[in-house]
Design a protein around this ligand. Sequence first.
Ligand SMILES: *Cc1c(COP(=O)(O)O)cnc(C)c1O
Length: 347
Amino acid sequence: MSQYTPVDSPDETTIFPYHDLTPPTTRDVYAARRIVSRELPRTPLVRSEPLSAELDADVYLKREDTLPTGAFKVRGGVTLVSGLDAEFREAGLVAASTGNHGQSIAYAGRAFDVPVSIVVPREANPSKVTAMERLGATVVHHGADFDEAREHAERLATEEGYRYVHSANEPPLVAGVGTAGLEIVEDLPEIDYLFCPVGGGSGASGYCLTVGALTDATVVGAQSAAAPAMHRAWAEGTLDPHDRMETFAEGVATRVPFALTTELLRDRLDEFRLVSEDAIRRGVRDVFTRETIVMEGACATSLAAMRQRPEELRGKTVVFPVSGRNIAPETFDSILERAENEDDSDR
Ligand SMILES: *Cc1c(COP(=O)(O)O)cnc(C)c1O
């Protein structure tokens, strides 16, 4: 069994000697595409009639929710696990996740026959937990939030010899999720804006390396103002943890900025906006009522960011990825219900 001990990390998270913090390049994304196109279906890029009308723009949805796990992260999972060092194939993988990273690694572990353990916070979204178990992962509940679950996963990696799959300090994950951007550029070469959510920053990094690097588009990241850790890291260049982390959108809920993605985003992300929790809820509701598409809170951050400055989008071509659909049914119900109450009080 392989045995590794943690090494010094520039951020608050634990890393091991096998973690390379060198950001991947556009070339790495092209290389990842060979794996992703073999393992996963290409996702559609579809014009949104309601949002195009609302913003007087050409708005396209990149339907990452149509991937088998219901979220974009699996692109990174299959890329990383396909290139896994032989020494870890038996010991297996461990990751911490609020859900979609875990599903991604579970899916990839099953595809490449590598055992997977996922540590989730005690209150994890139960439908995401069930999905990970269905994919054959062992799910361990630990801690009050993502960062506590993460620390437990890091301990397990040291004690059990698992390969720790970090949620952002992993070049193959970033290169893998970047393949979505290559597909967009092929389908729609003339893009003015791409809006994407930022949690740990892997998705946004992937779009910077593709849509940002290969077109003239402005790439805009969005994060909840209730959990602005990566935003502060990007703006101030600090990797210190943030004390505030209160978003309901678990896909973008982290207190701790990550070194690799912070470096890449500081280098390449054009703009980064903070949005309110109410605007996120409104986005989830509107995309459901107008498009009949279910999306999770994390992905509505980018719609909320688009709506902050609608005037700049007039007449432009705008892409926003529907990054995931794995919203807990109770959360979804409460957003629709709350909206009914809001509408009543407006009248
Ligand atoms: C993880 C996730 C995000 C945020 O992506 P990062 O790569 O962590 O920044 C956004 N939306 C969904 C649905 C996610 O699962």
